[in-house]
Design a binder for this molecule. Structure first.
Ligand code: NAP
Length: 343
């Protein structure tokens, strides 16, 4: 293990508790700022982390701390922010008095605007953008399961390269592959394009593997991605891949017939049979989703460049309706294609 770090996790749910527990298991001092239900579960049994490759590790209650008040993060050198995007501003304001001068804050969140929100609210800190490519679900009271493969990415910036490298080294040593990327904004847009499948999966109500095996569901995502790529290009922004999934090729790959898709996709990403998007999980629990920060970003770009984005507009509406109904609508692929206007 490298020199132990003091790491705080602001908003410990699937991603935060998983990353925190993996680092705690490697000897780092980790404090999870989360809800009382997490604190109770961890006090009773610690944190269990599992993954699709058979990892099954129990972090004992005395090896990881859970706090429910932001003051519990006092003294952390590094803070990972892992709330949903709609909670970033509130979380940043609540931890601001407890973030020390020069602390490193990493946004391990989806979407493209969280790092800027954190920079504005936490001027005393070095804020780095981060990206988590894989899926993690809350599989039991304090059990977090990584269901797909991939490597973490941290923003590489001249004025903070040493900090980013220290965090990446700690992650790698703990068995969490991680690297640096100087074009993190393009990586975030690339991830956003890939994440457009989250809404398709949430609307389908079935596991990812099963949803992606159905060409018509894939055509829904492909249509959303094509439209998104056109808006991103139109706004003069770049997309970049951070792994084997190339965002610009995704619509073509998804449109392939099943036999060809199986052949191509098999080597790209591993997905375990029960994995679902966290947007499905949010709908299933009757919670607000991040739709505004994913497909919603495409609507903002469309408005900015004065072009229509009918597919992503329809998908946003369907998710908003499901939020209001507090349940996934379990739409068939045919119904979904029809609702987004793709024949
Ligand atoms: N899960 C994935 O597979 C995955 C993969 C890649 C990226 N991401 C991204 O990572 C970010 C986090 O996702 P997630 O799935 O880990 O979300 P999550 O499970 O909802 O975790 C966030 C946790 O933060 C808690 N929280 C929010 N405000 C808080 C506060 N002020 N004090 C204490 N706790 C607070 C939430 O509690 P409440 O729910 O009670 O508010 C929740 O338990 C998102 O941007 C997501 O898109 C997720």
């Amino acid at each position: 293990m490298i020199h132990p770090l003091r790491i705080g996790v602001a908003g410990a749910g699937s991603i935060g508790a998983y990353l925190g527990a993996r680092l705690a298991a490697d000897g780092h001092g980790v404090i999870l700022l989360g809800r009382q239900r997490l604190a109770d579960a961890v006090a009773e049994q610690g944190v269990r982390v599992t993954d699709l490759n058979g990892l099954d590790e129990q972090v004992q209650p005395d090896s990881i701390r859970v706090v429910t008040e932001p003051a519990g993060l006092d003294g952390c050198d590094i803070i990972f922010v892992t709330t949903k995007s709609h909670d970033t501003q509130a979380m940043a304001e609540s931890i601001a008095p407890h973030v020390t001068d020069g602390a490193t804050v990493v946004s391990f969140q989806n979407g493209v605007r969280n790092p800027d929100t954190l920079r504005k609210a936490l001027p005393q800190a070095q804020v780095l953008a981060g990206m988590v490519p894989y899926n993690v679900v809350w599989a039991g009271p304090a059990h977090f399961h990584q269901g797909t493969s991939g490597s973490l990415v941290l923003e590489q910036r001249e004025d903070a390269e040493h900090l980013a490298q220290t965090i990446a080294d700690a992650c790698n040593a703990a068995g969490l592959p991680a690297g640096l990327n100087p074009r993190i904004q393009a990586v975030q847009w690339g991830k956003l394009v890939i994440n457009l499948n989250n809404a398709t999966n949430a609307l389908s109500g079935i596991p990812l593997q099963q949803q992606l095996a159905d060409r018509d569901y894939r055509r829904v995502t492909a249509a959303a991605q094509r439209e998104a790529l056109a808006m991103i290009r139109g706004a003069g922004l770049a997309v970049r891949s951070s792994g084997k999934l190339l965002p610009t090729l995704m619509p073509t790959v998804l449109d392939c017939p099943d036999w060809l898709f199986r052949l191509v996709a098999g080597g790209l990403v591993k997905i375990d049979p029960q994995a679902r998007s966290s947007m499905w999980e949010d709908l299933n629990r009757g919670r607000k989703t991040e739709i505004d920060y994913l497909n919603g970003e495409i609507l903002r770009l469309a408005e900015q460049i004065g072009r229509p984005a009918p597919v992503n507009t329809a998908i946003c509406r369907l998710i908003q309706q499901a939020e209001a109904d507090r349940a996934p609508p379990n739409l068939t692929a045919t119904a979904l294609l029809q609702k987004i206007g793709v024949s």
